[in-house]
Design a protein around this ligand. Structure first.
Ligand code: UDP
Ligand code: MG
Length: 327
């Protein structure tokens, strides 16, 4: 390790969060290593164990004992993918970092291509999926619609059909790490930082083993997260619907009064009242709910809790070296 300043290779950090992925983790590791062995870079692998209940952690530590380029971050419980990812990124030392799922749905074989585009001078390289295997048409369809909807609504342009699989250079990563919000919609945050972003396309594989961790409600929540983190349009919409219904109510009122005076119509009070009250009541509740969503987010942000708790950590050789230098 002499002359490490002058002829040190660039380091590529791989950040891989895992929650109950023990069955596929060894396969992930071997595919990752064989996909990246020809790169002229030093590899650093950062595993984040997101409170798995199976022996994911043991697998990670086993790999760590054979390969000192691995950092194992063991979180104190399950914090969810977005936070686990952030923990990994926090400890990444590389000149560039690749974010990848450990379930092998993001093919490690694409990494050389991401790296090539980075070395061409791009700051962020997004992997865009053009096909998704092994997922229900319902998930594909809702995901397709959602990305387009979000793209229209949000103030920043979140790339369509792009998961978290991507490469960031040091500058973009440092910028991203400044964003410490508690409600983390990573795909949006990646886009928010800007920098020159390019895309490479790939076909998304089936999961190697196990099941997706996203149930229906999980996805609904993630969708809400994306919407409310990157757009205040729902709030604005509430006011607009309010104005519109007030306007309609005025017209309706005028109509009733003129009918009464012109034709002496008896006003059918009860049914029209019921309709009006339920309509207005519904809209009010909706608007309140929307406000509540945002208020809840403000509440969570103000609590000022750390994003995650690290229970245990095994540092890679790079990380230990850096910490030795500091002390
Ligand atoms: N994951 C995690 N914490 C969680 C849920 C998932 O770290 O609470 C990891 C998981 O191990 C995988 C990646 O995030 O590596 C993507 O999860 P999953 O495959 O369930 O999502 P999908 O591919 O269906 O979007
Ligand atoms: Mg997956």
């Amino acid at each position: 390790m002499n002359n490490k300043e002058t002829n040190r290779k660039k380091i590529l950090s791989i950040v891989a969060p895992a929650y109950n992925e023990s069955t596929g983790l060894d396969e992930f590791y071997s595919r990752l290593i064989s996909a990246t062995k020809d790169l002229d870079l030093d590899l650093e692998i950062i595993y984040v164990n997101d409170g798995s209940q199976d022996n994911t952690l043991e697998r990670m530590c086993k790999q760590r004992s054979d390969d000192p380029r691995i950092t194992v971050i063991d979180l104190s419980r399950n914090f969810g993918k977005e936070i686990a990812l952030t923990a990994g990124l926090d400890y990444a030392l590389g000149d560039a970092v690749v974010v990848i799922d450990t379930d092998l749905q993001d093919p490690p074989e694409l990494i050389p291509e991401l790296v090539a585009r980075w070395l061409d001078g791009n700051d962020v390289v997004n992997a865009k999926r053009i096909k998704r295997k092994g997922e229900s048409w319902f998930k594909k369809f809702t995901s397709f619609m959602y990305y387009r909807f979000l793209f229209q609504l949000s103030d920043i342009k979140i790339p369509k059909d792009t998961g978290d699989f991507r490469l960031l250079n040091r500058d973009a990563l440092d910028a991203l790490l400044k964003l410490r919000e508690k409600h983390r919609y990573m795909k949006g945050l990646f886009a928010w930082v800007g920098y020159s972003q390019v895309e490479v396309t790939y076909e998304r594989d089936e999961r190697y083993a196990g099941n997706t961790k996203w149930g229906f409600w999980g996805l609904v929540n993630l969708a809400f997260e994306g919407l409310t983190s990157f757009s205040v349009l729902p709030l604005r919409l509430a006011s607009m619907v309010g104005v519109l219904s007030a306007f309609l109510a005025i017209i309706f009122g005028v109509l009733i009064i003129t009918k009464k005076f012109l034709y002496g119509d008896p006003v059918a009070g009860y049914p029209s009242l019921v309709v009006l009250i339920t309509f207005i009541g519904g809209i009010q509740l909706l608007a309140l709910g929307v406000i509540g969503e945002y208020l809840g987010r403000v509440f969570n942000e103000t609590k000022n809790r750390p994003l995650y708790i690290v229970k245990n950590m095994q540092r890679s050789l790079y990380l230990s070296e850096q910490e030795d230098n500091k002390s």
